[in-house]
Write a protein that binds this ligand. Structure first.
Ligand SMILES: Cc1ncc(COP(=O)(O)O)c(C=O)c1O
Length: 599
């Protein structure tokens, strides 16, 4: 132990891992510590010492001979300086370096100080931040080394659920360790190239970095004079331009958590337009359930929702729709730019024409959760002709546009009507001023266009994603995904003795089932349903690939593959079908299915 002054002592300790620990003791108590590796010793001493041994020797020498050259600075770093002599002329220069001593706990509080959530040592936080950043970049780079999904072991579930009430804080390194061991390995692997379940987006590394900025500034983007509002306004203008929507102040929009919320907003605006009149909702029977949920929430009777039949392409049947439209009521007509089940795209031009015949009574809404952003591709854009004529479009950026969750958007043609649906008189603490942060004139308030007052800043991740990759690249990725879907459908057809394609591929969704087995003892249809359910679960549980279920018609169980993943490659398709064939053979031979025979 070497005394530095009346209060501080220093101790050098070697540990079993060849680290040199420099401990600072304050009035007899260990208060700070730094552990140095060979590399760190070399960097600190500008390569004077190459190893911890050499650094240890240098420190001991200094402490024993010239302790006055060692300073503990105000912020309690250890500053070491010593004279170096050059050549025969005895030229002397002071050489110094600083060792940053870590508090024993980064967030340990001094009872005398007022407290905050900031660390006592920012460099320790930086270390943790760099560690997390490195790990996350490796996690993404090595995604193929892990399965797209794995079940959560019971012990892990219990560890999470039995976690103690966190009355006292603990080291953030320990907390991060817990996340590494309990959360990361069992997270749904939708960023994995073989994850094709439901409709998941794969996100991107740039989007993830943007999330760090968003969390750091922690802006509440309700409105007023703040830069995030300008980012959001510009992002919305790009999206309007992409879709061909009026790109001016007459139309409006807002970023929201997803299409479900966007749909509630659209329906609320339409209801405002048709106030006091009966409003019917017309949508195809393949429309996403978010329409029914929005209607329920807005107290629209289920008798006022008409589920229209579909044609052979699984599009809303326009004739059937026209036949059931009530001439005496108003109507909210829903077109799908990609249905969730099969990816069918309704005849949006036909729907727009139909609504244009009674513009005061009919509202044309498009659910573009999956497909609206495919306007990025010149090749796919014609599939969505008519989309730009909608009164409102609800769509997602967190699916095919790979913006990290959550991020959806609602665009409304009549911006004034949109605002009048949500805006409230500015009272009390929301009173607007003649200038400053919340001026009554000249600035935009997104809280006037949606359900939320407090809202996070989604525009940063959208801005960074779109500017980094560009719409053109996304268009190419979407074409790539559609080509992969078509390729997989061809593979299914080439293996017609074992698989059956159940719906036409229009976009990025393939519905199929295994048919290479039969039973003499039970009903063939039931048996195929049972077998395919088992196949789907086993594919997931073995981490081969994630596809999700879909019931087609009244009772045909299908495996549904939705490719909205920029990491997926064509080779993943061929590998997947080979693995499915092997697995199906194994399942047929297993005890559970010993009533089955291969065809
Ligand atoms: C066609 C369609 N509409 C609406 C939704 C709901 O979107 P969100 O989950 O973003 O609320 C989905 C989700 O998959 C969808 O596929």
């Amino acid at each position: 132990m070497y005394a530095l002054n009346n209060n501080y002592c220093l101790q050098l300790v070697r540990d079993a891992n060849q680290y040199l620990n420099i401990e600072l003791h304050h009035n007899g108590t260990l208060s700070r510590i730094v552990s140095l590796s060979n590399e760190q010793c070399s960097t600190l001493t500008h390569r004077l010492c190459e190893t911890t041994d050499e650094f240890d020797a240098l420190m001991v020498d200094l402490l024993e001979t010239s302790i006055s050259n060692i300073h503990v600075t105000v912020d309690e770093n250890l500053e070491i300086s010593f004279p170096v002599r050059f050549g025969s002329r005895n030229y002397e220069k002071f050489w110094s370096f600083t060792v940053e001593l870590r508090h024993l706990s980064m967030f340990e509080t001094n009872t005398i100080d007022e407290i905050s959530l900031d660390p006592s040592n920012w460099n320790d936080l930086r270390l943790l931040g760099h560690q997390i950043m490195d790990n996350m970049i490796d996690y993404t780079r090595d995604i193929r080394l892990r399965p797209p999904w794995r079940p959560i072991p019971l012990a892990i579930k219990q560890t999470i659920l039995n976690s103690d009430f966190p009355l006292q804080g603990q080291s953030p390194w320990e907390v991060y360790d817990e996340i590494c061991s309990t959360f990361l390995p069992y997270n749904v692997g939708n960023i994995h190239p073989s994850f094709w379940g439901h409709v998941y987006g794969a996100g991107s590394t740039i989007g993830a970095l943007a999330e760090f900025i968003t969390g750091t500034v922690n802006t509440m983007s309700w409105g007023g004079q703040q830069s995030s509002i300008y980012l959001e306004r510009k992002v919305l203008s790009w999206l309007k331009q992409l879709i061909g929507f009026p790109n001016d102040e007459t139309s409006s929009g807002i970023l929201v958590s997803g299409t479900s919320v966007a749909t509630i907003i659209a329906l609320a605006v339409a209801r405002k337009k048709f106030h006091e009149r009966t409003m019917m909702i017309y949508c195809s029977k393949d429309t996403h359930s978010c329409i029914t949920r929005a209607a329920n929430l807005l107290n629209i009777n289920k008798e006022n929702i008409v589920y229209v039949s579909t044609n052979e392409q699984r599009q809303i049947d326009l004739q059937a729709l026209e036949a059931c439209i009530d001439p005496n009521a108003c109507g909210f007509i829903v077109g799908s730019a990609g249905t969730v089940g099969t990816g069918a795209i309704d005849d949006l031009q036909g729907l727009a024409d139909l609504c244009a015949r009674r513009p005061n009574d009919l509202w044309f809404h498009v659910d573009g959760a999956i497909g609206a952003v495919a306007c990025c591709s010149k090749r796919l854009r014609p599939l969505f002709t008519g989309l730009e004529r909608a009164d409102s479009i609800a769509f997602d950026l967190h699916k095919w546009l790979s913006v990290p969750y959550e991020c959806g958007c609602i665009l409304v043609r009549d911006g004034q009507l949109h605002q009048s649906t949500f805006a409230q008189p500015a009272v009390s603490y929301l009173t607007l001023m003649d200038g400053g942060l919340t001026p009554s004139k000249g600035e935009y308030f997104f809280s006037d266009y949606g359900l939320e007052l407090s809202r996070n800043t989604k525009a940063i991740k959208v801005w960074m994603t779109l500017k980094t990759y560009g719409f053109e690249r996304f268009g190419r990725i979407m074409e790539q995904n559609v080509d992969q879907a078509l390729y997989f459908a061809r593979l299914i057809e080439q293996h017609s003795d074992q698989f059956e394609l159940l719906t036409k591929v229009t976009l990025n969704i393939v519905c199929f089932r295994y048919i290479g087995c039969q039973s003499n003892t039970i009903d063939q249809h039931d048996m195929l349903n049972k077998f395919n359910k088992h196949l789907l679960i086993t594919l997931q549980e073995r981490g081969i690939g994630v596809v999700s279920p879909l019931v087609i018609g009244t009772n045909t169980f299908a495996l549904r593959m939705c490719i909205s993943n920029h990491r997926t490659r064509l080779s993943d398709m061929s590998k997947f079908i080979e693995q499915m064939i092997q697995l199906a053979a194994e399942l047929i031979d297993s005890n559970e299915f010993n009533i089955l025979k291969k065809i």
